[in-house]
Design a protein around this ligand. Sequence first.
Ligand code: SF4
Length: 83
Amino acid sequence: MTCKSCNRSIAVPANDLHELLEEQLALETNLVDDVIFEERLAECANCPFLINETTCGHCGCFVQFRARLAYKQCPDPEETRWQ
Ligand code: SF4
């Protein structure tokens, strides 16, 4: 995966990323269900601003984290890509 600001590659094994996301999401209470989560990730997967399949080029968030949060929207300034 890469850092949004410098685009340098940083090596974070998939298991470590999964563990990090689980830890962070455990602190959240306002989450979307699996259907909405998968719909959001499908939009991200087809988005030209997705970096290395993990990071939103607009906000720098891991999309697997942001897409779970009910109070977040797609940050594309042109138009939200999430319904
Ligand atoms: S701009 Fe929206 S759809 Fe694209 S990667 Fe970011 S959150 Fe996902």
